[in-house]
Structure formats: C-alpha cells, structure tokens
Design a protein around this ligand. Structure first.
Ligand SMILES: Nc1nc2c(c(=O)[nH]1)N[C@H]1C(S)=C(S)[C@@H](COP(=O)(O)O)O[C@H]1N2
Ligand SMILES: [Mo]
Length: 412
C-alpha cells in the first residue's frame, strides 16, 4: 500500500504527516487524535484523473492513479487524450507555476550544468512534432499465469499521440557533453507516494544512442495543446518505442551519466527481465547477473474495430481494423485468423506517419458459416519476428506480454 508510510504502526496518521499537513493548511488539525485508524484526510486526496477521460476508461487503482483504455477506445489513428491510459508511480505535483518551470541538464558527463526556462527552450531550439507509440512495459500483464506482481493491465496501456517539443539531442549539443557519456536519466516533479521529498517516485533513462535519436523529444504539447496535468504538464521527456516508463512526466532535470542511470525503478525487477528464461513463478536474485533492462518493446497489434462480442448477419463481410507497432522496428506484415491460428489472411498495412509511430491495418473477413468465431491478429516486424499466439516467457515483473490480441464475433 503506497499510503502505508503516512500511518504509524497503530494505523494513525504519523506525527510527521500531521506536522506537514499543518504546515500546508496553515493551521493544526482539530481532533487529530480522534481520526479513525487508517483514515486519509480529504486534503490528501489527489485531483480526479478521470476529468477529461472517456467514461468507459477502466480504473486499476486511484492511489496512485492507474487507468487504462478498453481496446475499442483506441480506434483513432492519433489517440485522443480521453482514451490515453494513465500510469502514475506517485502523486501529480501540486501548484505548478509554468512561468517558473525550468529544465536543468546536469550529471557527470556534462561540461557544465545548464538551466533553461520553458520560454528559452521554445525560443532557442527548432520545434518538431512526432506521433510516438508509448506502451507501458507491463501492458497485458494480466495475461501471465501465475499472476506477476504489479498493476494487472489488460491490453489498453498503450497510446500513440502526437507530441511537440524540441529534440533532446539539440539541447545536449548546446550544453556540451564529455565523451564519457553513457546514459541519461530523468527527474520529474511528482511526489513519491509517501510524500517524502527526498525520494523519487520514478527516475529512469535510456542509453545515449536512444537519447540522441531525432524522435526523442522534450515536449510541451500533446495533440496540439498543452500536455494535460496527468500526462506530465508542463514538460515531458518522450521516447517512442521503449517502455513508456522512460518517458518522464513533469520533467525538471535530465542528468547525463557516465554510467547506467541508477535512479528509482532502474533496479530489482522494475522494468527488467531475466537474462535467461525462467520457470513460471520462479524467484531469482534481483541482480544485474540475472536481470537485464528492457529496451525496445516487442512487436504487437490490436483489433480496435469491431469491439469484442460483435454480432454480424450471415453472408455479410466484416471490416476489421487496428494498429501494429514493434518498438524501434517497423512492422512488415499483419495477418488475421478466424480458425485459431490454423490459417492466416494478410491484411492491408499502412506505413507509419513517422518512425516509432504505430501503423494502421485493415482487412475484410468473410465467415464460412453461422456460429461463434474468434478473430486473432498477428504482426511480424521487419526483422521477421512475429507475435506469439500464446503468452510468452513468464517473468517476475510481468513485462513484455505481446501475445496475439483476439476478439469474439458471432455470425447469426
Ligand atoms: N515523472 C513520472 N514519469 C513517468 C511516470 C511517473 O510515475 N512519474 N510513469 C511512467 C510510466 S511507468 C508510464 S507507463 C508512462 C505513462 O504515461 P501516461 O500516464 O502519460 O500514459 O509514464 C512514465 N513516466
Ligand atoms: Mo509503465
């Protein structure tokens, strides 16, 4: 429970929590000793993440907020904000003053740390807009048996929206790097669930080669407007094709490191998978010897239309469509099957609008007879790697489940 650290062993709000609250409220809390055990004062509640979200979005948890999209809400080519999943490891920052927001570039491998105001970033560097696929490393975790620890995402923790900002590589060139730079790490202004300001909720990063790609942005706009509060307002690092956990929200600092970034959630089994396949349910030492950091996400696809459970008339053809993506790679082929993978029909596949954006596919299916069907979709990337038809390698963190998506269709 993320809120545990607010309470003492008997379940009452800690003295330190009460002191911090009194400071925030400008007055003491009356009857603090009468508060029921485990009671969380309203003032500690966060803003409602569902404001501006589609009413069919699914809440996995609200402390911190984790919200996913049912697949039929991902039908748009550019994901609208109302259908974008939210994955928070902590609490959204309070009282954001954009006029005072800055981005600092520091770390062992910069010549000299430099700080930019938001206005300077916008003025000094060329603006770029890319559509980028961000998929949570734990998307589809609920498919693993036995249950892997973490949010039990269905398949809806993915979006491909349009981000506008400046290239990280342009900023880093302006700062000046030493030649021992290995990795970058981000820091965001969100609070650790314990509200302990000395702890980061999450602070991850990528190797220099990924950081310096054209599409790696420091962005202030999402689908042409300010980034919404829950998606990182007012500034965000956006890195397409890798676990979305490397796209730091509420960005205030990027450290250029002379080693693999060692921020929060870079170790243990966070966003890491065993180097060698393990037996389902296995436990292994959480060291670098056994675990490697997830980099590019694997090939995957979704059927976004029709929604599962569609009923069609006998003799009618069914138009189907969706998206496919493959981390750093492009998708080369998408096929659908209506006989549990025995035979496959090739779909029409569009090129991505830019590198690291998902690709749209469509097909028309004829059903041979009345009855219950399942339609499976399977994508193959440009290196010839295809999605598995069943859940792939179990791992303790429940990452990288890219099994084929399927929907039910009844022909009546
Ligand atoms: N500062 C900060 N950045 C963050 C997170 C966070 O909790 N804090 N969550 C990460 C994770 S795990 C994911 S999957 C994505 C989710 O992005 P979204 O909420 O905009 O969909 O943000 C990433 N960036
Ligand atoms: Mo994530």
């Amino acid at each position: 429970m993320p809120t545990d650290s607010l309470f003492d062993r008997r379940g009452f709000l800690k003295k330190s929590t009460l002191t911090a609250l009194a400071a925030a409220l400008g007055t003491d809390i009356a009857f603090a000793d009468k508060m029921p055990r485990g009671y969380l004062p309203l003032i500690l509640g966060e803003e409602d993440a569902l404001k501006g979200k589609h009413k069919e979005m699914v809440v996995l948890s609200d402390r911190p907020w984790n919200v996913e999209a049912p697949i039929h809400l991902l039908d748009d080519k550019v994901t609208p904000v109302e259908s974008m999943f939210i994955r928070n490891n902590g609490l959204v920052p309070e009282k954001i003053d954009v006029s005072k927001w800055t981005l600092t570039i520091n770390g062992e491998s910069v010549n000299k740390p430099k700080t930019y105001s938001l206005a300077e970033l916008k003025k000094k560097f060329k603006h770029h807009t890319y559509q980028l696929t961000l998929e949570c490393g734990g998307n589809s975790r609920s498919g693993f048996v036995p249950t892997a620890s973490g949010n039990q995402w269905g398949d809806g923790a993915v979006h491909c929206a349009q981000w506008t900002g400046v290239r990280l590589k342009d900023i880093l060139a302006d700062v000046g790097l030493k030649n021992n730079a290995v990795y970058i790490g981000y820091y965001g202004k969100d609070l650790h669930p314990s509200r302990d300001p000395s702890k980061a909720a999450i602070s991850r990063g990528v190797p220099m080669a990924k950081a310096l790609e054209d599409e790696t942005l420091v962005a202030w706009a999402l689908n042409g407007k300010d980034i919404p509060e829950f998606h990182g307002y007012p500034l965000r690092l956006v890195v397409g094709g890798w676990p979305a956990s490397v796209s730091g929200k509420w960005l205030h600092t990027i450290s250029v490191r002379d080693r693999v970034h060692d921020g929060a959630k870079m170790d243990g089994h966070s966003y890491r998978v065993p180097r060698q396949p393990v037996e389902p349910g296995a436990q292994l030492p959480e060291t670098d010897e056994y675990y490697k950091i997830i980099e590019s996400m694997p090939v995957k696809s979704l059927i976004t239309f029709p929604r599962s459970g569609a009923v069609i008339e006998t003799g009618r053809k069914l138009p189907l469509r969706g998206h496919a993506w493959a981390g750093d790679r492009a998708v080369k082929e998408v096929s659908v099957s209506l006989d549990y993978g025995a035979t496959w029909q090739a779909c029409t596949l569009e090129a991505p609008v830019n590198r690291l954006a998902w690709q749209h596919w469509n097909a028309e299916l004829a059903f041979p007879a009345q009855g219950y069907y399942e339609v499976w979709v399977r994508a193959t990337d440009e290196a010839g790697v295809a999605q598995p038809m069943v859940t792939p390698a179990w791992n303790p963190g429940g990452y990288l489940n890219n099994a084929c998506h399927r929907i039910a269709v009844k022909v009546a």
